[in-house]
Write a protein of this length. Structure first.
Ligand code: KG4
Ligand code: ZN
Length: 351
């Protein structure tokens, strides 16, 4: 029997097994991560090596450095995930891996590692879309959450509002026309000399500032539920530069607070417009920017006012991790959606 035929047979049999444990690997950007997840909902281990220190010097992720660090760390993260879960490789039921979107060289490390393990162990290999993974971080946080619901995914590379119609079934309701929300935060932070990745530190600085200090535009978009951050970002950068040229003293905390308030109000307003017009009654947040403290507070307020039940991912699951990949993989496995050994990285994969 070929590897793929035996994987398909195993995937079918796993549907009847009491507990299914998936070893998942994530390496799409600057986190090298491995995790063991049981039945799509329970984290048995979640090992993450963040490369931030390696890239901070350059003010952003350097793809070659990311790939090299993934090569060096991926085995160690797999070992740690197994050790923390108290399991051996042989006890794993299936392998899962992020195969896109992301940096091609970075993705390839995780994909190669997962393929090698799957082939050597002759166990099913489940390819997972990174954005779907972020959404599934909510399944690990909220045992009661089931589709259908809507999900605002805001990270360094993506800003999308999705309708999650079923497990693995997504429809785009709105998306950014230019920069992702995280990218906008990071670029605004850079102007304030906050080191990469600036989003979390800008968020902290903003807590002490006046969000009304600087007036910023609220961009118009063609699609009703689409976003745009590039005009806002440029307006912010110009305002800071102009003030500096005139020798005007601007308070960094006020600037951070004004920028954060503008981004958050765009995200919240559009999400709530969609909720009201489309009758969405359950909304989740996902992705690195869902850790933003103002976004979490404002979404809570707005959802309460609009009768929408809000699901926030646990803070430790907002950024990139492999547990979220293991959760998404479980539902694909149940449907027999597994890969053969020709699986390749897809840097521009869409959901
Ligand atoms: O999901 P993620 O870890 O990686 C991608 O898939 O892109 O998201 C990283 C992004 C970065 O842009 C980072 O600055 C942003 O999420 N981020 C935040 C916060 N925490 C992380 N942005 C604003 N406020 C935060 N608290
Ligand atoms: Zn991500």
């Amino acid at each position: 029997m070929s590897y793929y035929e035996s994987s398909l047979a195993q995937a079918k049999a796993l549907g009847e097994k009491e507990h299914v444990r998936i070893l998942a690997i994530e390496s799409s950007c600057d986190e090298t991560a491995a995790a063991v997840v049981e039945d799509g909902r329970k984290i048995l281990s979640n090992a993450v090596f963040t490369q931030i220190d390696l890239h901070a010097l350059y003010g952003g992720v350097v793809p070659e450095i990311a790939s090299r660090a993934h090569v060096e760390k991926v085995d160690r993260m797999v070992d740690r995930a197994l050790r923390d879960a108290g399991m051996t490789l042989e006890e794993v039921d299936a392998l899962a891996v992020t195969y896109g979107p992301g940096l091609v060289g970075a993705l390839l490390i995780g994909v190669s590692c997962a393929k090698a393990l799957a082939f050597a162990l002759r166990k099913p290999l489940i390819p997972v879309n990174h954005i779907e993974g972020h959404i599934c971080a909510n399944f690990l946080t909220h045992p009661d959450l089931e589709p259908p619901f809507s999900c605002l995914v805001v990270s360094g590379g993506h800003s999308h509002l999705f309708a999650v119609e079923d497990y693995g079934v997504f429809r785009v309701l709105g998306q950014t026309q230019d920069d992702a929300a995280g990218e906008a935060f990071d670029k605004a932070a850079r102007v304030l000399d906050i080191p990469y990745p600036g989003g979390p530190l800008l968020d902290k600085l903003a807590e002490a500032g006046d969000p009304h200090a600087l007036k910023l535009p609220r961009p118009k978009t063609e699609g009703r539920y689409d976003y745009s951050f590039s005009g806002l970002k440029t307006a912010f950068i110009n305002a800071v530069h102009n003030a500096r040229q005139k020798g005007e003293a601007l308070n960094d905390a006020d600037l951070a607070a004004s920028f954060r308030a503008a981004v958050v109000s765009i995200l919240v307003d559009k999400a709530m417009l969609a909720a009201r017009e489309l009758g969405l009654d359950k909304m989740a947040l996902a992705g690195g920017v869902s850790a933003n403290s103002l976004l979490r507070r404002e979404m809570e307020k707005a959802c309460a006012q609009n009768g929408v039940k809000l699901y926030l991912p646990r803070l430790s699951l907002c950024g990139d991790n492999a547990a979220m990949i293991g959760s998404a993989a479980y539902y694909h496995l149940l449907r027999g959606e597994i890969a053969d050994l020709t699986l390749n990285a897809k840097p521009a994969l869409r959901l």
